[in-house]
Structure formats: structure tokens, C-alpha cells
Design a protein. Structure first.
Length: 193
């Protein structure tokens, strides 16, 4: 498993780019104004404290990135699913205090952001993907944790990013970002975040 992760990470580094390799205005703005935002937000100290006391399946760097993404995009409704429910809820609530955050799925609802937390399996992620696809509207963002955590997760990530309804994906190695933007051509980005 460790050897697989090292090999995957070296491949990621070889293929990854920074903002200079991005030609999509939407992704360029997301990368420069959000991913690479160097502001030392006061919420980071709260997140750091919560991170120490909780059993987050992601690093504090990833927690801060999730906070910045929610703060930047300001999604009104968020859904957190997976094996580590509620670990990201505090991150999301700090990023957008007025967001409606749920860890229960109702297929009749539409979500602006869906976070697939925990260390899910390929089968589980793809089942969630198919189940939640009808709840995605234009500009919905999905964030998938541990996309390079195993060979199965990499296979699931490839299936997701090649789905016809998915238009933009961003691979940051630990987190995968999925966008449904009908106005944008299909593109896949590998970004050092």
C-alpha cells in the first residue's frame, strides 16, 4: 500500500501543474484565488484544534483547502457522505456559516457541494456516484477524498472523471474535485495544491 502510494505520488508530481498550466478561466480563478490563497484565516486555528481532537481521515492542509473551497464557492447546500460522517461538517460550517449541511441523503434534493469523505471503496464510491448523479445541477461540485489511496480508488476516479455528465475534474492527489458545468468543455487538471 505504501509503495503503491509512493508510485502514485511520483506519477502525480510528474503530471501536475500549477496555475500557469491552466487555460480554463474558471479553474484558473479557483486555483489562484482559492487553492493558492495564502491568507492566514483565523478559522484555521479553530480547524487545527478540531483536527487534533477529531479523527479526520485527511491532513490539516487538506482541511484548510476544504475550508477555502467552501468559503470561495459559497455553496448553499452541502452533503457529506462516507465512512467519516460529520468530520468535515465543522469545516464547511466555518467556510459558509449560512449553508445547509446534511449528512443524510434525500434523492429529491439538489446539492451545490457533495463531499465523499472517509476511505471508501471503489464499489461504494461508484454506488454513491450513480445514486447522487440526479441531484447534481450545473455548477455542482463534488469532492472525493483519497482518490489515490488505492488502485481501486484510482479506478473509481477514472470512471468518475470520464463520465459524460462530468465536465471538469481537478486532481490534487489527496482530493478530487468534480464539476458539472454545461458551459465548459470537458477537461481534466492535475494541480499541485
Amino acid at each position: 500500500m505504501v509503495l503503491y502510494s509512493i508510485k502514485s505520488y511520483l506519477k502525480f508530481l510528474w503530471n501536475s501543474k500549477n496555475q500557469h498550466g491552466v487555460h480554463s478561466p474558471f479553474v484558473y480563478n479557483l486555483v489562484t484565488k482559492c487553492f493558492y490563497d495564502k491568507t492566514n484565516y483565523e478559522e484555521y486555528s479553530i480547524l487545527k484544534s478540531n483536527h487534533k481532537s477529531a479523527n479526520y481521515p485527511i491532513s490539516s492542509k487538506q482541511v484548510n483547502l476544504l475550508f477555502r473551497v467552501v468559503q470561495y464557492l459559497q455553496p448553499k447546500s452541502l452533503l457529506e457522505i462516507g465512512s467519516s460522517l460529520e468530520s468535515a461538517t465543522s469545516v464547511f460550517s466555518l467556510g459558509h456559516k449560512n449553508a445547509i449541511i446534511s449528512s443524510q441523503n434525500s434523492s429529491s434534493e439538489f446539492y451545490d457541494l457533495i463531499y465523499f469523505g472517509g476511505n471508501s471503496s471503489k464499489k461504494e464510491i461508484l454506488e454513491y456516484f450513480e445514486m447522487l448523479l440526479p441531484t447534481s445541477i450545473n455548477n455542482t461540485i463534488w469532492i472525493v477524498n483519497a482518490i489515490h489511496g488505492s488502485k481501486d480508488m484510482e479506478e473509481a476516479w477514472d470512471i468518475i472523471k470520464n463520465h459524460p455528465k462530468v465536465t471538469v475534474t481537478i486532481d490534487t492527489f489527496y482530493l478530487g474535485f468534480v464539476f458539472f458545468r454545461s458551459e465548459q468543455k470537458k477537461e481534466h487538471f492535475v494541480i499541485r495544491a
